[in-house]
Design a protein. Structure first.
Length: 405
């Protein structure tokens, strides 16, 4: 078995503990939300021993995750977001490895919130919390919206989630918000310009602005509207008119929205399955993007999610498990992606740069199923876990969705 020296290093031919580098100091770490990694930073030792430093090594305390690099920082990959890791850092030269310094860090959790929806007893204010970065898992309780509602619109920055409008029986213009790093009840943000059920899903939001799409004005009963509004996420206040959707549309549960950092897409239950797009940082009417797929004539009860390049949409309905995708920066019709594990529509959605979730939904009954896909690839969805209870028409938000990076 290996022989160790007093510094805890393994001795091998040519190793001289008096000639190895000192330990790195000033150790810290950082990571991107939903990235599953930590960049471990450090200050190189001034005493390099008997030779120059050739590389640095980082390893988690249990030795499962390791990485090497020529300078600071060194990236540890394959980590679970939201999990605390203790790690060691050491320098190497031709005489061997020096003593290690220690540090710890937690990759920022990619959080998905499925806000409100419809359960067996009717509308709900409950918000489901999901750690998207985990390999699998059930949702947990996050807190409550300001009112029980379904079919609302949503958007998010890295720190704050918004929910607006929806079907409540009254007060359909309310916008509320919460912060991802807390749990509990939402706070009033302001009002939409009209009472309506706007396009739901992760929404047309960048890191600074959320655009609530067109929908259905049910209080008072006016019918479909093509009105779009926007708010600045970091502030509070009433929404401002953005422009018009490519056409007015019906119930929000029929509709979907997704975004890159620059462009927002929205589609729904039109006879032609038309998709429209906007430039989020500006204002103005939406422009035609393409159609749901080259072969489908309609898209309804849909749920969409995105990373910064691709939007994936479940066709929905009450019997379809089809997922299609579009490349956000271009225009054109959708392309087949794969299938959900269970045919259903009206799902809540959440995503990271790599992973997308469809949560709940409805077929012949409400569902508690959470499915996931790898957005950059194609293929069928895989079971991720379950919601707190079966529900549909919940609007999803994420602190790592495609509009943020």
């Amino acid at each position: 078995m290996p022989i160790g020296d007093k510094k805890g290093n393994v001795v091998y031919p040519g190793y001289d503990p008096l000639e190895v580098p000192n330990s790195p100091t000033g150790i810290s770490s950082s990571g991107e939300t939903g990235g599953g990694y930590l960049d471990v930073s450090f200050t190189a030792p001034t005493n390099t021993g008997g030779a120059s430093i050739s590389s640095y090594s980082v390893a988690t305390e249990d030795g499962v995750h390791t990485a090497t690099g020529s300078s600071s920082p060194v990236r540890l990959t394959g980590l679970t977001d939201g999990t605390l890791y203790n790690f060691r850092v050491w320098a190497l030269n031709s005489y061997g490895p020096g003593p290690f310094g220690t540090g710890s860090g937690t990759p920022p959790a990619a959080i998905g919130l499925i806000q409100g929806g419809n359960i067996t007893s009717g509308r709900t204010a409950t918000v489901d919390y999901i750690n998207i970065g985990a390999s699998s898992g059930d949702s947990t309780d996050f807190g409550d919206l300001t009112q029980a509602t379904e079919n609302g619109g949503s958007g998010a920055s890295e720190t704050r989630a918004l929910f607006g409008g929806g079907s409540t029986g009254s007060n359909q213009n309310v916008i509320s918000y919460t912060t991802f790093d807390t749990t509990g009840s939402y706070t009033d943000f302001g009002d939409l310009t009209t009472n309506r059920e706007p396009a739901k899903g992760t929404g047309m939001s960048s890191s600074t602005r959320c655009v609530f799409g067109a929908g259905y004005q049910n209080n008072p009963t006016v019918g479909p509207t093509n009105t779009m509004d926007y708010v600045t996420i970091a502030s509070t206040g009433n929404a401002t008119d953005f422009g018009d959707a490519v056409q007015p549309d019906y119930w929000c549960e029929y509709m979907w929205a997704a975004a890159s950092p620059t462009r927002g897409l929205s589609g729904g239950a039109s006879a032609t399955a038309q998709i429209g797009y906007i430039t989020i940082a500006s204002t103005g009417n939406a422009t035609n993007f393409g159609d749901a797929t080259a072969t489908e004539s309609s898209s309804f009860y849909s749920g969409a999610l995105s990373n910064n390049t691709r939007a994936c949409v479940n066709l929905g309905g009450t019997s379809s498990n089809v997922i299609y995708y579009v490349t956000i920066a271009t225009t054109g019709n959708g392309t087949d992606f794969g299938d959900l594990t269970v045919s259903r529509g009206s799902c809540g959605t959440a995503s990271t740069p790599t992973k997308g979730l469809w949560c709940g939904g409805y077929n012949t009954a409400r569902s508690d199923v959470i499915d996931y896909v790898t957005i950059a690839s194609t293929g069928n969805a895989t079971d991720f876990g379950d919601l707190l209870e079966a529900k549909n028409r919940g609007a999803g938000a994420s602190n790592a969705h495609g509009g943020l990076s």
